[in-house]
Structures are given as structure tokens and as C-alpha cells.
Design a protein around this ligand. Structure first.
Ligand SMILES: NC(=O)c1ccc[n+]([C@@H]2O[C@H](COP(=O)([O-])OP(=O)(O)OC[C@H]3O[C@@H](n4cnc5c(N)ncnc54)[C@H](OP(=O)(O)O)[C@@H]3O)[C@@H](O)[C@H]2O)c1
Length: 427
């Protein structure tokens, strides 16, 4: 018999909520052993009470309006698995914290937009606001940064944080057709939403970077200043060209502390060497490389989404609450977190240019035009796909933004004549 008990209210019974219900049902005795607390489901909520679900919720009290859980005297911890950066999810989390309830969520959009405000209320009321499942799905990434790497100053974190984009890129890399075909395959396999905008434009990865970089660098969680671009412009031939350089292409989210202490944060498709751990992450996998001044470099890889994979992280957060393990949501008191600002001096990076040339255009002329704008090419390779001449160039290191601006100047006007291009940074 366990002396303590923790009553859980679960709002949202979709992929994540159903996984959490199943684990809490199945492992009640084990979790009680591990925490000294009987963790049980008090009530559940979703939009449609009659919907068939992968978990059995028939024995739990149903709450029609999830926000009502916030004032439910029988609930100790609210699990928000509804989604969205405002609306029900925000109203529920805010009201729950104001009413003295712990909050666990996997909602990166909410934490990226409202995490600071919610963390303030949680800290003022001595409550947990936990969101391990929000970044990297089942990879215990935030815990690793917050607790396992607490002795370090972080210098850089870079990762594959969006499984949908990674699925699309690894499909294109392996002969899965163009972007549209790879996206359709991702949708058929359940890796992409019917509306894939947030994923393929890099917004989801940017939300996760906002949260991860806050923990790593003591920043307020915010999308402010994060530059993001997605994967729509990439073509199968770009992967063939990358291979000529011994590389492939991955969508990376990167946060890097500059010499002045400010943190560069961006999401972009990057040229990645085939020997790099990122190149080995295929399908919907996620991976993160963290660099700390004491530990050096660490590589974490695992499932970035999925019912039980994400529930693994969400339940771990619930068990922390049950065991009385509490930490600052963003590593330090949120009032000590600073607003992100871009580094004063631009960082330097090498770029990879992928250019499908319009008829009549010559690779040498294009390279000369870039040289005229001060962009030096380290290596140039030409190939042809279905009769279309194509040139791939790896530039010398250049100031952030210089090469994309030169590409717009040299190639932008040629768009109507059929020239297409993508500008990638080299990892
Ligand atoms: N899916 C993943 O693998 C994954 C991974 C990491 C993080 N996350 C995050 O976890 C959260 C949930 O994602 P999910 O994939 O589980 O979503 P989902 O499958 O679409 O489930 C959403 C659930 O919320 C309920 N819901 C939506 N609007 C509601 C409202 N106004 N009132 C009451 N219930 C409402 C839905 O009810 P009905 O079922 O009745 O329609 C559904 O049960 C999101 O923030 C997402 O970003 C997901």
C-alpha cells in the first residue's frame, strides 16, 4: 500500500494522450514502486466522447470541457495532449497552474510561444511545468541538458528535430521521387499531417529549437529571431550532387553561441557528410548533437514522435511529479532567462549551391558571376539530369547570408527562364 497518490487528468486522447493512458493503465504497479506514489487516472477528455480509441477509457470519469480539469478538485496533475499554441491548450495549462495543479505537455508550439509566461506561474506556485515530449519525442533530451549536463556551459546544439522532413529527405535520397511524391509517402505512412505546412516549412523544428535553445543557453523561449526555411525547394538531383561531394542533405535546427555570447538560431537544410551521425538518421528519426565545454560532444538519437515513443517522455514527466523531483522548466529561474538576440558579428559558414540551369546558361558563367560578387567556390561539379544541365558548388566560408544574397542576385532573375536553385549551409 502506497501512502501517497497522484490523480492525473488527461486532456486529449489522440496519438499522445492514448499512449499515456495505455502506459499508466498497464504499469500502475511498477510506477508506484518507482515513485512511492500511486499514479492513477482520475478523468479524461477529448472532443468526441464516442470516438473509437486505441485505449480503453470507459472506466474513467469523462470531462466534457478539458479546461474544466483546471478547477477539478480531484485532479493533481493535468496532462495537456490537445495541441495548438493557444485556444484550449493554453487556457487549460494557464488555468491549471493558477489553480495549483502541475502541468505536463508535449506541446512545443505552446511552450515556444507561451512557455515563459507559464513557467512564471508554475515557479511562483511551486508547481511543475514539464514538457520533455515536446522536443525529440521519446529521446530524453531536455532532461539530459537540464540535469545530466548541468555542469556544462553549452556551446552548440544541432539536431534533426522534425521526423516528417527527415522522412521526406531520406526518401528523396533513396530514389523515392520528388518532394511531392515523398510527401505523399510520408502522409500514407502517418508521418505527415494532411496539412503538412508547419512541418515542411521548418516551423515545427523552429518551435523545438526555441525550447531546446532556451534550456541550453538560459534564454527565454521565443521564436523571435529564429530564421527558418523548409525542404520544399529540394530536388532528387540535389541529393545526387551532394553524393558527389560525399554528402547528403538533412534539415537541421542549430543554436550556436557566438564570441559575444549571443546565440545564433536557425533551421535550414544542410549539406551533411555521409560519415556524420546525422547522415545515418533515416525515416522519421531524430538526433541531436550537443556540445558542452566540459563533456565535449554528445550524440543522442531516437524516435522523434509516435504514440508510445512520445508517451514514454510524457509519463516520465508525470513520474517526476509523483516522486517529487522538481526542476526549473528552463534550467534556471525563468526570471533569470534573457531575451534571445542575434550575435553582433555574423558567423561564417560554407554554402552548397544546387543549380538547375536554364537552357543556354553555362556553369562557368554562373561561377564567374558569383566570383564577381566576392563568393569563392571551393569545388564545382557539373552533371546533367534528364537533359537539364546542373551545377553544384561548395563555397569557401562566407559571412552568414552573403551567399543566399549573391544567389538571388545572380540567379533570381533567371527564374522565369527556368533556372532553379537551392542554397544550403554545410554542416
Ligand atoms: N503525435 C506525436 O507523435 C507527437 C509527438 C510529440 C509531440 N506531440 C504533441 O502532442 C500534442 C498532441 O498531439 P497528437 O498527435 O496526440 O494530436 P491528435 O492525435 O490530433 O490528438 C488531439 C486530441 O485532442 C483532442 N482535442 C482537440 N481539440 C480539442 C478541444 N477543443 N477540446 C477537447 N479535446 C480536443 C482530440 O479529440 P478527438 O480525439 O475527440 O478529436 C484528440 O483526442 C501536440 O501538441 C503535438 O505537437 C505529438
Amino acid at each position: 500500500m502506497h501512502k501517497k497518490a497522484l490523480a492525473v487528468g488527461i486532456a486529449g486522447l489522440g496519438t499522445v494522450g492514448s499512449g499515456v493512458v495505455s502506459l499508466l493503465q498497464r504499469r500502475r504497479a511498477l510506477y508506484a514502486e518507482r515513485t512511492g506514489t500511486d499514479v492513477f487516472i482520475e478523468t479524461v477528455s477529448a472532443r468526441d466522447r464516442d470516438r473509437d480509441r486505441p485505449c480503453d477509457v470507459s472506466s474513467y470519469r469523462w470531462t466534457d470541457d478539458p479546461v474544466a480539469m483546471a478547477s477539478d478538485g480531484a485532479v493533481d496533475v493535468v496532462v495537456e495532449a490537445v495541441g495548438g499554441e493557444d485556444g484550449t491548450a493554453y487556457a487549460l495549462c494557464r488555468a491549471a497552474l493558477e489553480n495549483g495543479k502541475h502541468v505536463v505537455t508535449a506541446n512545443k508550439a505552446l511552450i515556444a510561444a507561451r512557455g515563459a509566461e507559464l513557467a512564471r506561474i508554475a515557479e511562483d506556485n511551486g508547481l511543475a511545468l514539464a514538457f520533455e515530449g515536446a522536443v525529440g519525442g521519446g529521446i530524453p533530451l531536455l532532461k539530459t541538458v537540464r540535469e545530466g549536463l548541468a555542469a556544462n556551459e553549452m556551446t552548440r546544439v544541432a539536431g534533426i528535430l522534425n521526423g516528417t522532413c527527415n522522412y521526406i529527405l531520406s526518401a528523396m535520397e533513396n530514389g523515392g521521387g520528388n518532394f511531392d511524391a515523398a510527401l505523399r509517402a510520408a502522409q500514407e505512412k502517418g508521418y505527415a499531417e494532411a496539412d503538412p505546412h508547419t512541418d515542411v516549412e521548418g516551423i515545427d523544428a523552429a518551435h523545438k529549437l526555441a525550447v531546446l535553445s532556451a534550456l541550453c543557453f538560459g534564454l527565454l523561449p521565443s521564436m523571435e529571431g529564429i530564421r527558418y526555411e523548409g525542404v520544399r525547394r529540394l530536388k532528387p538531383v540535389d541529393f545526387a550532387a551532394a553524393r558527389l561531394f560525399g554528402c547528403t542533405i538533412r534539415l537541421l535546427a542549430v543554436a550556436e553561441r557566438g564570441a559575444d555570447g549571443a546565440v545564433f538560431r536557425a533551421v535550414y537544410p544542410a549539406l551533411v557528410n555521409l560519415s556524420h551521425g546525422f547522415a545515418c538518421v533515416t525515416e522519421a528519426g531524430n538526433a541531436v548533437r550537443i556540445e558542452g565545454d566540459a563533456v565535449g560532444s554528445l550524440f543522442l538519437q531516437g524516435p522523434g514522435a509516435g504514440m508510445f515513443e512520445t508517451a514514454s517522455a510524457v509519463v516520465a514527466d508525470i513520474l517526476d511529479v509523483a516522486a517529487g523531483r522538481r526542476s526549473y522548466p528552463f534550467s534556471v529561474p525563468v526570471r533569470r532567462c534573457i531575451a534571445p538576440s542575434p550575435p553582433a558579428s555574423p558567423r561564417e559558414t560554407a554554402y552548397f549551391l544546387c543549380i538547375s540551369l536554364a537552357a543556354g546558361h553555362q556553369a562557368e558563367d554562373v561561377v564567374a558571376a558569383f566570383a564577381g560578387l566576392g563568393v569563392q567556390m571551393g569545388a564545382v561539379k557539373t552533371l546533367s539530369r534528364e537533359g537539364v544541365p546542373y551545377v553544384a558548388c561548395l563555397t569557401e566560408r562566407a559571412e552568414e547570408g552573403k551567399v543566399p544574397a549573391a544567389a538571388e542576385s545572380v540567379l533570381g532573375e533567371d527564374a522565369e527562364s527556368g533556372t532553379e536553385y537551392a542554397v544550403l549551409r554545410a554542416e
